[in-house]
Design a protein around this ligand. Structure first.
Ligand code: 5GP
Ligand code: ZN
Length: 118
């Protein structure tokens, strides 16, 4: 799998080639505001590396994936939703509604979230 996919919108965001409201970035991942927010706080944590979905996350990606989860907590604290609560979602393939095929963790918060999701 290539580190960057030229036609992938999230690779373009991570490379600052496509505009996005980036709220955090480091050498391994980028966090942006979702363009079509489903909650008052709706962020996407994306790896800089082009990984299509969780189906494609391999042993060598363990540190990266763990790092992304620590960034989730950091973002929740920064956006003031850590104590009220928030949901993290990773959609994989058609029936889960994945629409961008570059792995991303949704962070949704700032309102009451129903369970189970639709
Ligand atoms: P998925 O449906 O794959 O789980 O989530 C993709 C998310 O990316 C959606 O919530 C959608 O609103 C968001 N999205 C799609 N294109 C863009 C874009 O160009 N910029 C930003 N910031 N978000 C996007
Ligand atoms: Zn990509």
């Amino acid at each position: 799998m290539p580190v960057k996919s030229l036609e992938c919108i999230f690779c373009q965001v991570a490379a600052h080639e496509k505009a996005a409201k980036i709220v955090y970035e480091d050498e391994r991942c980028v966090v942006l505001q979702d363009i079509n927010p489903k909650a008052p706080v709706h962020l996407l944590v994306i790896p800089r590396k082009h990984i299509v979905s969780l189906n494609d996350a391999m042993e060598g990606d363990k540190l990266l994936l763990g790092h992304m989860l620590t960034v989730v907590g950091q973002m929740a604290r920064q956006h003031g939703i850590d104590s009220t609560g928030y949901r993290t979602v990773i959609n994989t393939n058609a029936e889960a509604g994945q629409s961008v095929f570059h792995l991303h963790i949704h962070i949704l918060g700032g309102r009451v979230l129903r369970w189970p999701p639709g």
